[in-house]
Design a protein. Structure first.
Length: 248
């Protein structure tokens, strides 16, 4: 059948990979440093990838092509998510995994958030639900991100605020990074990928009161605007003495 479909000019392609992220159907891959349409049946011909290309290497044409196959696309996306639960570097420490937490109750039916150790002391239990937690290491299509409430926190907040697990991590998927030491543009692109590839229910940003920490807020807000995926957003600002000074 003759239909609209993308065409990629390899001479113009610089191998940036932005079109790969922009294509929600997974129709494009980087092969030998160039973007390639891997199968006609994965391309819906709508051209979501066109605005992402900085070199104008992609265009829509009409040609004889296999029809768009929605079921094949669904299978491809599911297979891709399974493969990407482990990062390409192969390090077992970066493999995506969920952490199951079982809550215990006392005689009054209240949930116990601390347990007695061997010395008879009560220690607060961890509320972390997934691994890894670093923004740079998290796979943007990891299965635990779908239908998730996200906590995006600046590194120092967990050290400054004593009840960080109980008040912020509990019930959320946690992502941490330092907006002063890391690349905020990278953060934005990672958040765009997460928002575009998953059904995110809400985002809570926890940051320090120091000026450099606003970078993580800007990255999240720009990602929502550029991906056109706006979710319920809240923000908590913690002072260097460990107190909450503002909730937005």
């Amino acid at each position: 059948m003759k239909r609209k479909i993308i065409s990629i000019d390899e001479n113009k392609c610089n191998g940036c990979g932005l079109c790969v992220k922009a294509c929600h159907e997974g129709a494009i891959e980087l092969i030998n440093g160039k973007a390639k349409l891997v199968s006609d049946q994965y391309c819906d011909g709508l051209g979501d990838c066109l605005p992402a290309c900085p070199t104008d290497a992609i265009k829509i044409i009409e040609r004889e092509a296999e029809g768009y196959n929605e079921e094949a696309v669904k299978r491809r996306i599911e297979e891709s998510k399974k493969k990407q639960d482990s990062l390409a570097c192969g390090c077992p420490g970066t493999m995506a995994k969920m952490i199951q937490r079982s809550s215990r109750q006392n005689e009054e039916g209240n949930i116990i958030v601390a347990k007695e150790n061997l010395l008879g002391e009560y220690k607060t239990e961890s509320e972390l639900r997934q691994w890894p937690v670093q923004i740079k290491l998290i796979n943007g299509r990891a299965s635990y991100l779908d239908n998730a409430d996200l906590l995006i926190a600046a590194d120092c907040t967990a050290y400054a605020y004593a009840d960080f697990h109980k008040d912020f991590i509990k019930g959320r998927i946690t992502m941490v990074g330092c907006p002063k030491l890391d690349d905020n543009e990278y953060y934005k692109e990672k958040f765009i990928e997460i928002l575009s590839s998953n059904n995110i229910r809400s985002i809570k940003v926890v940051r320090m009161s120091v000026p450099c920490c606003t970078g993580i807020v800007n990255s999240v807000k720009r990602a929502m605007l550029e991906s056109n995926v706006i979710v319920p957003y809240s923000e908590v600002i913690i002072d260097t003495d460990g107190k909450i000074i503002k909730e937005i």
